[in-house]
Design a protein around this ligand. Structure first.
Ligand SMILES: [Zn+2]
Length: 124
């Protein structure tokens, strides 16, 4: 079962995962900032009620949308972090389910994946 990826290949994936991690952290920070702004807006409009109450509905919708974006980003970040841990532990590139080697082409497409195509398909 031991099929070691070339050091240079592993290093390339590590760099991609690192970049993805940084990008996701920025996305999450930005969403949190926006959430904070929305909260501040809501608090101030409570103190001095705005006649345009229709705004409230779309504001809640926006917030809901942002929240699901944040959740997606956090999910992805957790997977990226796991992949980086597997890289460090030397188990990167092997399916977490069946233990088979994940084709490099799949890793290229989804560097943070922990499952081979077969196992990923079986889960859906
Ligand atoms: Zn598998």
């Amino acid at each position: 079962m031991a099929r070691d990826l070339a050091k240079s290949t592993l290093e390339r994936f590590r760099r991609r995962l690192d970049e993805e991690r940084v990008r996701l952290l920025a996305v999450i920070a930005e969403i949190e900032e926006q959430q904070e702004e929305v909260r501040l807006t809501e608090t101030s409009s409570e103190r001095s009620p705005d006649p345009n109450t229709a705004e409230g509905g779309s504001l809640a919708f926006e917030m809901e949308k942002e929240l699901s974006l944040a959740r997606n980003a956090e999910d992805l970040l957790a997977q990226v972090n796991e992949a980086l841990e597997r890289l460090a532990a030397g188990s990167y590139g092997r399916c977490a389910e069946c233990g088979k080697a994940i084709p490099v082409a799949r890793l290229e497409a989804v560097p943070h994946t922990r499952l081979c195509v077969g196992c990923a398909a079986g889960r859906r």
